[in-house]
Ligand binder design. Structure first.
Ligand SMILES: Nc1ncnc2c1ncn2[C@@H]1O[C@H](COP(=O)(O)OP(=O)(O)OP(=O)(O)O)[C@@H](O)[C@H]1O
Length: 323
């Protein structure tokens, strides 16, 4: 029986008790001499957003392709809601929505025709296809462009079409490779809201992205990978518990540094557009206390703010450990 490595907290659950999620155990895949993925473990539970994080070439896309049953692993096991994609390919594909990092549309077809074609591939009931396609176009705000050839869509609009394509058959698992790339800030916020709603509706959502601040806002847990291996799995609560880096600047940097030293706090001086120091603080209460102490001591604090999100902090620490 496959055992989950639950990144959202709580004890690992046998797959049979958490049937909607997706799990990879000890998965490997090479391309000739390149070991793209080596003994990777991964779990994304139902009802949660799981971030897949790692530097360029870490093996994220290769893992996602295997999870989506588009690439066979050389070894290891994958389970989508208890089913092995290699043995139950059609059923697993019907449960998975896949949004690749580039759309790859049929340029001459319209957005409506593309979604209709995909709905047919998934064998949705014929009578329900037209209303489903219209609803999806509406959800991703493409109704106005629905009957234009896909080649006229901008990169951000193509991303939204790609998301609609991934969702057309109402999958229980959604795999998204860099979904926010090319989206303007407003569309990014909409995407975040949509992904949270989909998770709350019970879907297992996996998001691979380099924009960690964005993942901070939507993820419940994160799996960090590097050089084809899983290097850490943690919940957002665990990530937050390890503290956060704050950046502080003051009208007189020397006075600020002297006060921090007097308080016994370790800090580092940051190179930037304006002089600042940064230091690790455990939680918001510690931050509020320090700000009050600095102001009461007469330090002219001009800015005091988190310098990085929880995931970025973990990522940078992992980078540091590697060096
Ligand atoms: N089809 C392929 N043939 C040969 N090598 C490949 C192939 N696909 C991936 N690789 C190699 O496998 C490694 C992992 O690639 P992968 O695309 O999975 O990384 P990634 O984490 O998604 O990177 P990025 O963040 O840059 O998108 C890289 O060294 C890549 O060059």
């Amino acid at each position: 029986m496959a055992v989950n490595h639950d990144v959202t907290g709580g004890p690992a659950q046998p797959e049979s008790q958490n049937p909607g999620g997706i799990t990879a155990s000890g998965v490997s895949r090479s391309f000739g001499p390149v070991h793209a993925v080596e003994f990777m473990d991964f779990h994304a539970p139902a009802g949660k957003v799981t971030a897949l994080i790692g530097p360029n070439g870490a093996g994220k896309t290769t893992l996602l392709l295997m999870l989506a049953s588009l690439l066979a692993p050389d070894s290891g096991t994958i389970s989508v809601g208890g089913l092995d994609p290699q043995h139950h390919r059609a059923e697993v594909r019907s449960r998975i929505g896949w949004m690749p990092d580039t759309l790859g549309v049929w340029d001459s077809l319209t957005a409506r025709e593309i979604l209709t074609q995909i709905a047919r591939f998934y064998r949705l009931p014929v009578a329900g296809i037209a209303p489903r396609v219209s609803a999806m176009l509406d959800q991703v705000r493409l109704s106005d462009l629905a009957d234009q050839p896909a080649r006229v869509l901008s990169r951000g609009q193509q991303q939204r079409l790609s998301l609609a394509r991934a969702l057309i058959h109402d999958p229980s698992v959604l795999l998204l490779d860099e979904p926010a790339s090319g989206l303007d800030p407003g569309s990014r916020v909409e995407l975040r809201i949509m992904l949270r709603e989909l998770a709350e509706a019970g879907k297992a959502i996996v998001v691979s992205s380099h924009v960690l601040s964005e993942l901070d806002e939507i993820a419940d847990g994160a799996v960090f990978v590097n050089r084809g291996r899983t290097v850490r799995q943690q919940t957002m609560d665990e990530a937050a518990a390890s503290g956060r880096r704050y950046s502080i600047s003051a009208s007189d940097g020397t006075v600020l540094a002297a006060k921090l030293s007097e308080l016994g706090l370790a800090f580092r001086i940051e190179d930037g557009r304006r002089p600042a120091v940064s230091l690790m603080l455990l939680n918001d209460d510690d931050a509020a206390r320090l700000l009050r102490d600095l102001v009461l001591a007469g330090v002219g604090v001009s800015s005091f703010a988190p310098a990085s999100g929880a995931l970025e902090e973990t990522y940078m620490n992992l980078e540091g450990e590697r060096r």
